[in-house]
Design a protein around this ligand. Structure first.
Ligand code: DGY
Length: 319
């Protein structure tokens, strides 16, 4: 009989769907990842696995799972999967594109406005009982209206972000591996070299996935090129940013503030230098976290597993 390993607790209706396909072994925690040792044990006789970003699919996992046919990743990003390796073994890998696009763009926008208008600092000020009176420059922030906004990564999420910018009367620039003339026409977005994006943007939003090309793209030299009052937002992947260089840039005033949904190491180490700064807002990788979207992501993983175990093509293959 086929066996499906599910590395996080998911709602019962989804488990029941999976149980109609195969035997299900599910880790019973929603906020704690399945320990690696247990994952390696569970996967030995599995034909499918439903994973999250916390699980790395590498040589050790592949060697431990001779019957594996599909890895269904509950995320659009798939830097946690060694794609060359799964390709070599003929294992199908799937992700969850499209269903999370709008929700993730909304989180990026929320973060951008929250940082621009210093919402988190202001809220702490009220909670701490520091609010004495109205002040002419009390928590004075930065306008989005008429600003130059640079998007790094014009995939589905970058485009959804750009559509939202349109309503805020901004000048949209972008940099991407390839040009998207449809977006240029529809939204008036201007394709620019990476350095121009850095030099001219008042806000920079990174939506890029982690690849060899994007790794450490936002480094010391990039931050030095940015405007001193620029705001940097990252909803792509943490390792696209050199976080030490970012902390230095924020401390020395190379840039003004940042908002991050993703970090190189998640969860954050509480000694992380970024946590000591007031001009930083960090949220715990919740880009796609609306109830409807998370349900859709889980359903897509279930559907992909069902397809593959029924010898049909998956809906959203990566490879
Ligand atoms: C993704 O899908 O890659 C997101 O980062 C997870 O929310």
């Amino acid at each position: 009989m086929d066996k499906i390993v599910v590395t996080r607790k998911i709602p019962q209706p989804f488990v029941e769907q999976l149980e109609t396909i195969a035997h299900v072994e599910m880790w019973d925690e929603s906020l704690v990842p399945m320990p690696r040792v247990q994952f390696l044990e569970a996967i030995k006789d599995a034909t499918a696995c439903f994973i999250t970003l916390s699980e790395k699919i590498d040589q050790e996992v592949i060697a431990a799972s001779p019957n594996l046919k599909i890895v269904a990743n509950m995320a659009v990003g798939f830097d946690n999967i060694d794609i060359d390796l799964v390709n070599k073994k003929g294992i199908i890998a799937t992700n969850t594109p499209s269903v999370l696009t709008e929700t993730t763009a909304e989180l990026g926008f929320t973060l951008m406005l929250a940082v621009a208008r210093r919402i988190v600092e202001a809220e702490k000020y009220v909670q701490n009982g520091q609010w004495q009176s109205w002040g002419p420059y009390l928590f004075a922030g930065k306008d989005l209206s008429n600003a130059n906004v640079g998007i790094y990564g014009m995939g589905e999420i970058g485009k959804a972000f750009a559509r939202r910018l349109k309503g805020f009367n901004t000048n949209i620039m972008y940099h991407n591996r390839s040009r998207h003339e449809d977006t240029e026409k529809a939204l008036g977005a201007l394709y620019v070299p990476f350095d121009t994006l850095l030099e001219q943007s008042d806000f920079i939003i990174c939506t890029a996935p982690l690849t060899e090309d994007t790794k450490n793209k936002f480094n010391e030299s990039a931050f030095k090129k940015m405007k001193n009052d620029a705001i940097f937002i990252n909803i792509g992947r943490g390792a696209v940013v050199d976080e030490q260089a970012l902390a230095t840039a924020l401390e020395t005033g190379e840039i003004a503030a940042c908002g991050l949904d993703v970090l190189r190491e998640e969860p954050i180490n509480m000694n992380h230098p970024l946590l000591a700064l007031d001009n930083v807002v960090i949220v715990p990788h919740i880009g796609s976290a609306s109830v409807i979207t998370r349900n859709r992501m889980i359903q897509l993983c279930v559907d992909n597993i069902r397809c593959v175990l029924n010898n049909q093509p998956p809906k959203t293959p990566i490879n």
